[in-house]
Design a binder for this molecule. Structure first.
Ligand code: ACO
Length: 392
């Protein structure tokens, strides 16, 4: 029985920084950020829009789009993130409570850097296969932050996606025969209690491209599928140049032209439209690329998509998805572009203040930092270690 993604929705903060403004403030040639990294804007989350807020907003959008019967059949809520707000309590449980989801649900988080969203999706596919008639909600939510003036600063961002996984999905079928590789490496990690990760950026780049080449070769061996069998390849996008380098490792633009496979590079560009304006959002980043592709490409039912997930530390996996008849009626591309256009552009000074505050431990009352964020869920503070949210 086909199992996969029936609805895929996004939540992004209402604030952003233009990368030219950041480059000028840091004395860097703007071309380095726009061309060298492939980033035009960067989503900025105030303290009131924490990782749970973003997760709840994305999940609420899925609940709104889903059939009522599919929400009633929920058996699993799984949340992938590397921005945990508690060392014990799962953010999936908080989202379950905020949204008032059915009580017969198993809710928990998964952690493995940017890979955890994919782990959540594959766990959900397995769950639905093992529990016919049940559905699963997968959430990937992160704040990608490295701090002011760091090498990683232009590769920050924030965002969440949520997906409803069920039998007979109306968006994408997920093939359970994926290929994964794991390697214990310290390219990027975050010791407990630290608010930003430690990262060896250049090592992480090398680990990513090496992992993609390794996983792709193993997948080709195991499945017999090669580049020409895919209508598009989507990548985890810490910055949009990253996936381009990985893709060039298996198919250069020249080879693509010679083999009549130019569509793979064209569709790669179409998968970047949201990420160029949002930046990295760790676990959600691969799915932001997938959304952009679904919303902006000339895909057809039956098209096969390769989704490459990379989580530093490291796990890499190539997942195959197949586009379902009528998929385009399940998305509203104009809504996402409108949300991106409606965000407020921060000055560098405002961004610096927002980032500094959002990296502080959450205080008793942060309602003064609500800024113009009009979303339905917002963190308003913490009392005795319990996070309090404003709800619709
Ligand atoms: N015009 C055009 N391109 C330029 C210019 C310019 N004026 N100046 C530099 N560039 C290019 C460089 O040639 C380079 O491109 P290349 O990699 O194709 O050669 C690119 O811009 C970046 O330049 P670097 O000098 O490598 O940048 P820097 O040393 O500042 O670091 C890095 C970049 C490592 C990505 C850093 O931002 C970082 O550490 N980010 C966080 C870690 C990360 O995102 N890792 C990715 C995989 S792991 C993960 O998903 C988190």
């Amino acid at each position: 029985m086909p199992i996969g993604i029936d609805a895929l929705e996004i939540a992004i903060p209402d604030l952003y920084l233009d990368m030219t403004d950041l480059a000028v403030a840091r004395g860097v040639d703007p071309a380095k950020f726009h061309i060298g990294l492939g980033q035009d804007q960067m989503a900025v989350s105030p303290a009131s829009t924490d990782v749970v807020t973003l997760a709840a907003r994305a999940a609420a959008a899925v609940v709104e789009r889903a059939d009522e019967a599919d929400i009633a059949a929920l058996g699993l809520v799984v949340l992938g993130s590397e921005s945990a707000v508690d060392a014990s309590k799962a953010m999936a449980v908080m989202v379950h409570g905020l949204l008032g989801l059915p009580e017969g649900v198993r809710a928990y988080d998964i952690r493995e850097a940017c890979y955890a969203g994919t782990a959540g999706l594959l766990t959900a596919v397995d769950y639905v296969a093992a529990h016919p008639g049940r559905t699963a909600l997968v959430i990937a939510s992160d704040l990608a932050r490295y701090g002011l003036g760091t090498a990683g600063e232009p590769t920050q961002g924030a965002g969440a996606v949520a997906m409803l996984v069920r039998q007979d999905p109306r968006l994408l079928i997920i093939d359970p025969a994926s290929t994964a590789r794991t390697e214990d490496v310290y390219d990027f990690w975050r010791p407990e209690g630290e608010s930003v990760p430690r990262v060896d950026g250049h090592l992480s780049n090398r680990c990513y491209t090496a992992m993609f080449a390794r996983v792709f070769a193993a997948h080709r061996e195991a499945s017999g599928l090669d580049v020409e069998d895919y209508a598009a390849l989507c990548f985890h996008l810490p910055y949009t140049k990253m996936g381009r380098k990985a893709l060039a490792g298996v198919l250069t633009p020249e080879e693509a032209e010679a083999r009549g496979l130019d569509h793979l590079h064209r569709r790669y560009d179409e998968s970047l439209i949201y990420s160029r304006r949002v930046g990295n959002c760790y676990t959600a980043s691969l799915f932001l690329g997938l959304l952009s592709l679904l919303d902006h490409s000339d895909l057809r039912p039956g098209d096969r998509l390769g989704l490459f997930s990379y989580g530093s530390g490291a796990v890499g996996e190539l997942v195959t998805a197949t586009v379902v008849e009528g998929f385009d009626s399940r998305r509203d591309p104009a809504a996402t572009m409108t949300a991106l256009d409606a965000r407020r552009r921060l000055s560098v000074k405002e961004y610096e203040a927002v980032l500094t505050e959002s990296l502080e431990p959450v205080g008793a009352d942060i309602s003064s930092t609500l800024l113009p964020d009009g979303g339905p869920y917002a963190l308003i503070g913490m009392v005795d270690g319990v996070r309090r949210y404003r709800m619709p």
